[in-house]
Design a protein around this ligand. Structure first.
Ligand code: MGD
Ligand code: MGD
Ligand code: SF4
Ligand code: MO
Length: 746
C-alpha cells in the first residue's frame, strides 16, 4: 500500500482484465490496462478506469449510517453493530431463523471475501436466503448440478480454438461476456474469423456482437427452447448425433431423442421465427464443424422456459460431439479448486435441487437458496414463518428484481433491515443500518468464481492498494453478523471464528483420501499458513492443495507467495478435456434424460400452438453501465441518455412514435413512460429497454445518477411469471402494450 505502480484484476465484470494503477500521495492517479497481464494483455473497457471515480465518489458511504426517523446519521462501528444486533437477534430468538432473510447481489460474486465467508453467514439463517443468481444463471446451475454434479461446472465455449461459435442470448461486446470469462471478446472474435471460423449470433436484437457476426438470426424472445429442440431433433432424426469420447460416460441419449420427436424444425419454426430450413442447416453445420461451440446466456435464462433451454444447450453440444473437446464447450480447471468452504455438499456443490420450497408459493429452492422472485411475498404475506428482518449484501433488488414497487413497500414494512453496501440507494434507503463496504481498491482480490469458467486456466492475485480508512473488511462483517445472529452478542470473536473455519478446512483436506495432503498433520499445515488470516489464508490453502499447488512442500507448484511474485498473473494453459475426472454426480456419469426436464417439454409443446403477442419487451446491456449501480460515476454516464426504448421503424410508424418522443408502455405488472429510439436493430414486435435505471426514488444519496434517472424496466415485470423449474422470472419477452404518451402525461 504505497505510492507507485500497482497491478490488479478488475472485479467489475466477469472478464477479469488486468489493471495498472498509479497511486501518488495515497490517492489513485491513472488507471489503464496492464499490458503485461497474462490474460487481458492490456485490454480494458471504460469501466475499469472508472474504479478511481467509484473510489473517490463523494456520495460513497465511508461511515456506518443508522436510521433516525426518516433520516440517516453517521455513527461509529460499535454503535451501528449494536443496533443491528438489537434489531435482528430478538427476531431470530423469538421467531426462529427463517424470520431473517438474506439477499446477496451481483458484486457479492466479484469478491472472494463474501463468497468464502457466505457459508458461515448461512449457518445463522434459515431457508430465506436469496441471491441475484436467481435473477440470472440459476437455470444453468440447476442443469449443471444435474448433468455434472457441480452447480458451477459450466461448459465454456473454447472461443480461442473453435471454428464455429454460435451465441444465443448473449452480447459480449457490451457485457464483456458471461459464464465464459475472457478479456477482449472483440479481439478474440476477430481472431476466430481471421482463422477462417464463423460467428453466428441469435438474438431478438441486432446487438453489438451480432453486428460483427458472419450471420445474425433474429429470434422471437422467449423461444430459445423451441429453436434448440428443433436443432436437437434434426441431429437425432438425421443420424448426426455423435457425442465422441464423452459418449462413454453418458446415459439417456435415446430417451432424449424419443422425447424430442414432436419438435421437427417445421413444428418449432413458427414459434421462434427462424425458418425451418435454417434450423436444419444450422444443426448440420454444428454437427459437421471440426470444432463448434454453442453458448447461451442471459437471454436464455430470464424466460419461463429457461431451464429447458439450458438443458437443450447441453444436449446440442453433446450430440454434436463438442462437449469437452478442444474448440468445443469445455470445463476450466481452476487453481483454487476445492474451495467449498461450506464443507458439505449442497451449498456450492452437489445436486440439492428442489429439496425445499418457499413458504408462500412453494417455489423450489436450490443450493441453499430460494428464488428472488418470491422475496416480496415472503415478507408481505402474513403467516407462520413470515420474514420480519432482512440483510442485503451488495444487492439492489428494488431495481434489479421484478415487482420493484412491491419489494420497496415490503422492505418498508420490515421490523428490521441492515444493508452492507457502498451506496445509499433505492434498496438500502429502506435499511435501519447501512454498513459501508470497502471499495475494490481497499481489499485483496482473487476471482474464485470466474476462474471456474474462464476460457483459459488463469490464476491472479491482487493485494489491496489503499488503506481501509476506518472501514471493516467484508469477511469480518459476515462473521460478525453470523456470530451475533447466533447469540454471541454485538461484537463476536471474529478471529476465533476465522481460526475455526480455517482449521475445519485443513482437517477436511487432510481427511480426504483424494487430497495431496491426505494424512498430513493438520496443525503442521495450519502453521505453514501463518501468518495469514481471513480470505488470504483460505486462498493459500486452496491454491496449495489445488491441481497446480505445491501440496505444502510435496511438489513444485502454486502457493499464494508464488502468486504474489507474479503481479501480472500466471497462465496455466488452455482448457483440457476433464470428463470423467470432473464428474461429481452420484453415478459418476452424465444422465441426459432427467425426468423433470423431459416432462417440461410438454409446456413447450403447448406453447408451439400459441399466437405471438403483438409486442414484447426485452432488455439490453450497455458497455458503460453495470446493472443498477455504476450510474453515479460522471465519466461513465456522460453523453446521451442511454435508458431509451428501442422500437422498430415499422412499429414506430404504425404507432405514430417519432424518435425522441415519449411512449407509454403498459404490462400486467405496471406502466411507465420512456423516450423512444427508433432503430431497426430490434425485430418488429419487440421493444428493448435496459434494466438498472429508475434513480428518481426519494431518500437516496446518488446525486449524479438522480440527475439522469431513467426508468425502471422491472416495473413492467411481475414476479408471478416464472420458470417453474428454477423460479427465474420471465424478464425477456414480457407482453406489453405501447402507445404514444399524451403531452404532459409523465
Ligand atoms: N429486467 C432485467 N432485470 C435484471 C437483469 C436483466 O437483464 N434484465 N439482469 C439480472 C442480473 S443478470 C443480475 S446479476 C441482477 C443484479 O441484481 P443486484 O445484484 O441486486 O443489483 P446490482 O445493480 O448489481 O446491485 C449491486 C449493489 O451492490 C452494491 N455494491 C457495489 N460494490 C459493492 C461492494 O464491493 N460491496 C458491497 N457490499 N456492495 C457493493 C451497489 O451499490 C448496489 O447496491 O439483476 C437482474 N435483473
Ligand atoms: N456493461 C455491462 N456489462 C455487464 C453487465 C451490465 O449490466 N453491463 N452485467 C453483468 C451481468 S450481472 C451479467 S449476468 C452479464 C450478462 O451478460 P450477457 O449474457 O451477455 O447479457 P446481455 O448483454 O444482457 O445479453 C443478453 C442478450 O440476450 C438478448 N435477448 C433478450 N431476450 C432474448 C431471448 O428470449 N432469446 C435470445 N436468444 N436472446 C434474447 C438481448 O437482446 C441481449 O442481446 O453481463 C455482465 N456484464
Ligand atoms: S471488461 Fe471492463 S469491467 Fe470487465 S473486467 Fe475488463 S475493465 Fe473491468
Ligand atoms: Mo448477472
Amino acid at each position: 500500500m504505497s505510492d507507485g505502480l500497482h497491478f490488479r484484476t478488475c472485479p467489475l465484470c466477469e472478464a477479469t482484465c488486468g489493471l495498472e494503477i498509479t497511486v501518488a500521495q495515497g490517492a489513485v492517479g491513472r488507471i489503464r490496462g496492464d499490458a503485461l497481464d497474462v490474460f487481458s494483455k492490456g485490454h480494458v473497457c471504460p469501466k475499469g478506469p472508472s474504479l478511481k471515480g467509484l473510489h473517490d465518489d463523494p456520495d460513497r458511504l465511508r461511515r456506518p449510517l443508522v436510521r433516525m426517523g426518516s433520516r440517516f446519521e453517521e455513527t461509529d462501528w460499535p454503535t451501528a453493530l449494536a443496533r443491528v444486533e438489537a434489531g435482528l437477534r430478538p427476531l431470530i430468538r423469538d421467531h426462529g431463523p427463517d424470520t431473517v432473510a438474506l439477499y446477496t447481489g451481483n458484486p457479492w460474486s466479484h469478491n472472494y471475501e463474501t463468497i468464502l465467508y457466505t457459508p458461515m453467514l448461512y449457518r445463522a439463517l434459515g431457508k430465506n436466503r436469496f441471491a441475484a443468481a436467481s435473477l440470472d444463471q440459476r437455470p444453468r446451475e440447476i442443469v449443471s448440478s444435474v448433468h455434472f454434479g457441480t452447480r458451477t461446472a459450466f461448459p465454456v465455449p473454447d472461443i480461442d480454438r473453435t471454428q464455429l461459435l454460435v451465441l444465443l442470448g448473449t452480447d459480449p461486446l457490451e457485457s464483456n461476456g458471461s459464464l465464459a470469462t475472457a478479456p477482449d471478446w472483440r479481439g478474440r472474435l476477430r481472431a476466430l474469423r481471421a482463422r477462417g471460423g464463423r460467428l453466428v449470433v441469435i438474438d431478438p436484437r441486432r446487438s453489438a456482437t451480432a453486428a460483427v457476426a458472419d450471420e445474425y438470426l433474429p429470434i422471437v424472445p422467449g423461444t430459445d427452447a423451441a429453436l434448440l429442440a428443433g436443432i436437437a431433433h434434426t441431429l437425432f432424426a438425421e443420424g448426426l448425433a455423435a457425442p465422441g469420447p464423452v459418449g462413454a460416460h453418458i446415459d439417456g441419449m435415446d430417451a432424449v431423442a424419443r422425447a424430442l420427436s414432436a419438435f421437427a424444425p417445421e413444428a418449432v419454426a413458427p414459434m421462434c421465427g427462424i425458418p425451418a430450413e435454417r434450423i436444419r442447416a444450422l444443426a448440420r453445420e454444428l454437427a459437421a464443424a471440426p470444432r463448434a461451440a454453442l453458448h447461451g446466456r442471459l437471454g436464455t435464462c430470464l424466460q419461463d422456459l429457461a431451464t429447458l433451454s439450458s438443458w437443450l444447450l447441453d444436449v446440442v453440444n453433446i450430440a454434436t460431439g463438442n462437449l469437452d473437446r478442444p474448440g468445443g464447450a469445455m470445463f476450466a480447471r481452476p487453481a483454487a479448486l476445492g474451495l467449498n468452504t461450506s464443507g458439505r455438499p449442497g451449498i456450492g456443490q452437489g445436486t440439492d435441487y428442489a429439496t425445499f420450497r418457499s413458504r408462500v408459493r412453494g417455489l423450489p429452492g436450490a443450493f441453499g437458496q430460494l428464488p428472488a422472485a418470491c422475496l416480496a411475498e415472503e415478507i408481505d404475506v402474513p403467516g407462520e414463518g413470515q420474514v420480519r428482518g432482512l440483510i442485503t449484501i451488495a444487492g439492489n433488488p428494488v431495481l434489479s428484481a421484478p415487482d420493484g414497487a412491491r419489494l420497496a413497500r415490503a422492505f418498508k414494512s420490515l421490523e428490521f433491515m441492515v444493508s452492507v453496501d457502498i451506496y445509499l440507494n433505492e434498496t438500502t434507503r429502506h435499511a435501519d443500518v447501512i454498513l459501508p463496504a470497502p471499495t475494490a481498491l481497499q481489499r485483496s482480490h482473487y476471482d474464485v468464481p470466474y476462474y471456474q469458467f474462464a476460457v483459459r486456466n488463469i490464476a491472479n492475485y491482487s493485494p489491496p492498494i489503499l488503506p481501509l480508512d476506518g472501514l471493516m473488511e467484508e469477511w469480518r462483517i459476515f462473521l460478525t453478523l453470523s456470530g451475533m445472529l447466533q447469540g454471541a452478542g454485538p461484537a463476536p470473536d471474529v478471529d476465533t471464528m476465522d481460526e475455526g473455519m480455517a482449521t475445519f478446512l485443513v482437517r477436511t483436506a487432510t481427511a480426504d483420501a483424494s487430497s495431496v495432503v491426505h494424512g498430513r498433520d493438520a496443525g503442521e499445515l495450519m502453521r505453514a499458513l501463518e501468518p495469514r488470516r481471513g480470505p488470504e489464508r483460505i486462498l493459500d490453502l486452496g491454491l496449495r492443495i489445488g491441481p497446480y499447488g505445491d501440496g505444502f512442500g510435496t511438489r513444485e507448484g502454486l502457493s499464494l507467495d508464488r502468486l504474489i511474485e507474479q503481479p501480472h498473473g500466471v497462465d496455466l494453459g488452455p482448457l483440457e478435456p476433464r470428463i470423467p475426472e470432473m464428474l461429481r454426480t452420484p453415478t459418476g456419469r452424465i444422465d441426459l434424460a432427467t425426468p423433470a426436464f423431459i416432462a417440461d417439454l410438454e409446456r413447450l409443446r403447448a406453447r408451439l400452438l400459441e399466437t405471438r403477442p403483438a409486442f414484447v419487451l426485452i432488455g439490453r446491456r450497455q458497455l458503460r453501465s453495470n446493472n443498477s449501480w455504476q450510474h453515479n460515476v460522471p465519466s461513465l454516464v456522460k453523453g446521451k441518455d442511454r435508458c431509451t426504448l428501442q422500437v422498430h421503424p415499422t412499429d414506430a410508424a404504425r404507432l405514430g412514435l417519432a424518435d425522441g418522443a415519449e411512449a407509454r408502455v403498459t404490462a400486467s405488472a405496471g406502466s411507465l413512460i420512456a423516450p423512444v429510439e427508433v432503430t431497426d436493430a430490434v425485430m418488429e414486435g419487440v421493444v428493448s429497454l435496459p434494466h438498472g435505471f429508475g434513480h428518481d426514488l426519494p431518500g437516496t444519496q446518488i446525486g449524479v445518477a438522480a440527475r439522469q434517472p431513467g426508468v425502471n424496466a422491472n416495473l413492467l415485470a411481475t414476479s408471478d411469471h416464472v420458470d417453474p423449474l428454477s423460479g427465474n422470472p420471465h424478464l425477456n419477452g414480457i407482453v406489453i402494450e405501447i402507445a404514444a404518451a399524451q403531452p404532459g402525461e409523465r
